[in-house]
Design a protein. Structure first.
Length: 393
């Protein structure tokens, strides 16, 4: 069990370097469209502030190549100021003399948000000197950025090796919720997978299959499974690697006696149809492109979900960003929300779909991670978690 901030001795007057995940989605003109990750971080920040710590927050935004004003964390600082009026300052750099001066002038219970750490190439390179400079700003390191826990970067791994460390409440909740659901699942346990690439989720599917009673497959990845079964999918999205991964999963699940439920019909359009006029079909052939699960599949999936006492869902079940192909994903989101089951939803698209369907408040745990969630579901190591010291009882 990893050491939590509640396990630390008094933090009053201590400089805490908090690695948060403020990689918030933005529209084309730079407006923040979803503050979920920031709001999820507030309990950890508030806990430290109320106990008189000097909270230095480090985060990334996007994947910049050097300085990019469009990816500055200044708008995030403005958001934080609304929650902590009079306590937030912004540093226009991450390391250096000016930042050190700002840290030195901090009062107990104040917050300093550093600029986008990925403006520095040394961050993703896990450069030891850069990690050392970051570490020099603080007395204690706290990692609460679950969304990048799978990254071996300077701010998620390198710094943790140089300072006493712990995890925050968000990270703790993510680890406990997901690992408990896999190790001690409520039965019947139904897992739902969607999205595009089977190979990205093969380890998660196989690991979850050890304890799941039924696995539902939708989204573009479903077509690779159908091809692996010898069925035609028209011009639907597939590739050789995905079909090979799907074949492996089908073979291993069959050998283990696990049930996997695939779409029996589809909402499709014809390639070349500029309006992408949707139609329902049980067989995809010719120029047909599958873009959503069909009405029969929706009912089939709903029947399995109704019987569940635990549900884990990762990946949309169709091209839900197109209003013509939202029905399947939204219908399943609503069914998961009203099911008498403990539910976990992970992955950016799945979370977005749940929110658009206006049922996120009925989901028991919404994971803030993408790749990190998949790796935890797959039982894979996460460097940002593994490097944290164990709790000593």
């Amino acid at each position: 069990m990893k050491r939590s901030i509640r396990d630390l001795a008094s933090v009053e007057g201590k400089r805490i370097l908090l690695r948060a995940d403020f990689n918030l989605p933005m529209d084309k003109v730079g407006r923040i469209t979803d503050t979920t990750r920031l709001v999820s971080e507030l309990p950890t920040i508030r806990y430290l502030v109320e106990r008189g710590a000097k909270v230095i927050i480090c985060s990334h935004l996007g994947r910049p190549k050097g300085f990019d004003f469009r990816l500055s964390l200044w708008p995030i600082a403005l958001l934080l100021m609304k929650y902590f009026p009079g306590k937030v300052q912004f540093a226009h750099k991450v390391v250096g003399e000016k930042v050190a001066e700002q840290v030195a002038s901090m009062s107990n219970g104040s917050i300093l948000l550093l600029e986008n750490v990925r403006f520095y190439k040394e961050e993703t390179e896990n450069d030891p000197e850069f990690a050392k400079q970051l570490a020099s700003l603080a007395d204690i390191y706290v990692n609460d950025a679950f969304g990048v826990a799978h990254r071996k970067h300077a701010s998620t791994f390198g710094v943790a090796r140089l300072l006493p460390n712990a995890i925050g409440f968000l990270m703790e909740n993510e680890i406990n919720s997901i690992t408990e659901a896999i190790k001690n699942p409520r039965k019947p346990f139904v897992a739902i997978f969607g999205g595009a690439k089977v190979q990205d989720k093969i380890k998660a599917i196989l690991n979850i299959a050890k304890s799941a009673d039924c696995i539902l497959i939708g989204g573009a990845m479903a077509y690779s499974f159908l091809v692996a079964q010898g069925l035609t999918v028209g011009q639907s999205l597939i590739n050789a690697e995905s079909v090979s991964s799907a074949s492996q999963i089908l073979e291993e699940l069959s050998a283990a006696g696990k049930r996997i439920v695939l779409p029996v019909d589809h909402l499709a359009y014809n390639l070349g149809d500029k309006k992408m006029k949707p139609f329902a079909t049980e067989t995809l052939s010719g120029d047909m492109v599958g873009a959503d699960i069909g009405p029969k599949t929706i009912k089939l999936f709903e029947q399995e979900i109704k019987k569940a006492r635990q549900i884990i869902w990762n990946g949309p079940l169709g091209k839900y960003e197109d209003k013509n192909f939202q029905e399947g994903t939204f219908a399943i989101a609503k069914q998961v929300a009203k099911a008498k089951a403990y539910s976990i939803v992970g992955g950016g698209d799945s979370i977005s779909a749940v929110k658009q369907a206006k049922c996120e408040k009925l989901i028991n745990h919404i994971s803030t991670g993408g790749g990190a969630t998949l790796k935890l579901l797959g039982g894979e190591p996460l460097p940002g978690i593994d490097v944290i010291q164990e709790k000593y009882i």
